[in-house]
Design a protein around this ligand. Structure first.
Ligand SMILES: [Cu+2]
Length: 443
């Protein structure tokens, strides 16, 4: 009777475990990205503003070259709680593991083989050349590692690598003319030396474990030989000789291996520390002929919308209009000015998110512009989390375009008020675009 009940319970438990495992396999969607949206929204919005990112080609064979290039601005609204980019930064690539190798990287034309420093408020242009190594579909980001702050990722694309990993070649010609295969260079000696020391370790253990029982040997010895005699049977003269032999042998092997490697690799260079300098070359976009003051910023959580009241002064000789807002890696576009589309569902672009109540700001004119940046992208990329942060500020790049499409970029940033209530009409809005829209929603 008891056995039957136990059997029934066991069967039920097994069934439950099976259901759990299957639902884990069937119901949990596969995860593609690698946590870029888990980073604090405030850090993403106020550190590096990435734009003009190009990752190409997106379909390659093993050994083909993928180029990542683009521009970024180092925010002048860098948070106080994040280590500064003037200390140590490194231009890198965010991919799941060494699926590509980095052949070359430049920032403003300067090779970036080591860490560097970036100045807040400056624009930079970068290029990274990668060689495809492991077949698969990989989410590939440009990335800047900031010392003590971590990686700050740019917009990613999926790169598909086909072919066979065994065909991957990565050869380098050294200064002395020797060509080496970096994939396998020094691996044989590394393996042999490691295995040698594993063998020495096992021999040492085996020597002391040769007599059974191994546990409580002192107790057994005292039982057999009495208190006074036990010591001589626990560690014998032979044991001492073998131990000394081990020590001398290990020292001898170490010396011999050191002499062998000094002879085999006669000329070596230590890994280099220090910084390379990224020169500051003013990019055409950074010439500042448009001034922007943020008069009011409100983040409307229910409608995923940033409402901005901006005082725009146009000091350029031509009328300009706002066409794009970039914060972190996300791009919010005014469809009437620019055409941009999502390259895949994870592409952080909102092609029709920007609306302003003033189209053109004429030369010499100062206008109050009410701008709304509204899109589900705020939520999809968890930038809405900004309202849960203790330093409620945003920053981003405003792209102004003239009639020819020539652009100027200004960074804006300010403290902002969150609004959690649906249908809330902001105060101090005198018939502006935002207030009208909200009133329309109400009734
Ligand atoms: Cu990713």
């Amino acid at each position: 009777m008891m056995v039957k009940i136990a059997n029934a319970w066991l069967r039920r438990a097994m069934g439950l475990i099976l259901v759990c495992v299957l639902s884990g396999v069937v119901l949990v969607p596969p995860v593609f990205a690698h946590g870029e949206i888990a980073q604090m929204a405030g850090i993403r919005m106020r550190t590096i503003h990435w734009f003009d990112t190009q990752i190409e080609p997106l379909k390659v064979q093993v050994n083909d070259i993928v180029t990542v290039r683009g521009k970024f601005m180092v925010s002048g609204h860098w948070p106080d709680y994040v280590a500064k980019p003037e200390e140590w930064v490194f231009l890198n690539i965010g991919v799941p593991g060494p699926v590509l190798v980095r052949l070359d990287a430049t920032v403003n034309g300067m090779p970036q083989y080591q860490s560097t420093a970036f100045k807040r408020g400056e624009f930079y242009e970068y290029e990274v050349k990668l060689k495809a190594r492991v077949p698969g579909e990989w989410h590939l980001h440009p990335l800047i590692n900031v010392w003590e702050a971590g990686p700050i990722a740019g917009p990613a694309k999926f790169v598909q690598i086909t072919g066979n990993k065994a065909d991957f070649v990565n050869t380098v010609t050294l200064m002395d003319g020797e060509t080496v295969d970096v994939e396998h260079y020094g691996l044989a000696s590394m393996w042999s030396i490691h295995l040698l020391w594993v063998a020495v370790g096992l021999l040492w253990v085996a020597y002391w474990f040769r007599h059974l029982p191994v546990m409580m040997r002192r107790y057994v010895a005292v039982k057999m030989y009495g208190e006074l005699e036990a010591e001589r049977h626990l560690i014998t003269i032979k044991d001492i000789a073998v131990s000394v032999g081990f020590v001398l042998g290990i020292l001898g092997i170490t010396l011999a291996l050191m002499m062998w490697s000094m002879n085999r690799y006669a000329i070596t260079m230590p890994l280099q520390t220090g910084k390379v300098e990224a020169p500051i070359i003013p990019l055409p976009e950074s010439q500042q002929q448009v001034d922007v003051k943020v008069q009011k910023a409100q983040f409307d959580l229910p409608s995923r919308r940033l409402d901005l009241a901006l005082e725009v002064t146009n000091r350029s000789p031509e009328p300009v209009r706002i066409g794009q807002f970039v914060t972190g890696y996300a791009r919010f576009i005014d469809a009437a000015v620019l055409k941009d589309v999502k390259s895949d569902r994870y592409d952080p672009v909102a092609p029709n998110a920007l609306h302003s109540d003033v189209t053109w700001v004429e030369p010499g004119q100062t206008r109050l512009v009410n701008l709304t940046v509204a899109d589900a992208l705020w939520g999809e990329h968890r930038l809405t989390d900004i309202v849960a942060e203790p330093d409620l500020r945003f920053a981003g790049l405003l792209f102004f375009y003239n009639a020819d499409g020539h652009r100027q970029i200004r960074e804006i940033g300010a403290r902002m008020t969150p609004n959690f209530l649906p249908g809330y009409v902001p105060v101090n809005r005198h018939g502006g675009h935002v207030a009208r829209e909200t009133k329309d929603l109400l009734g």
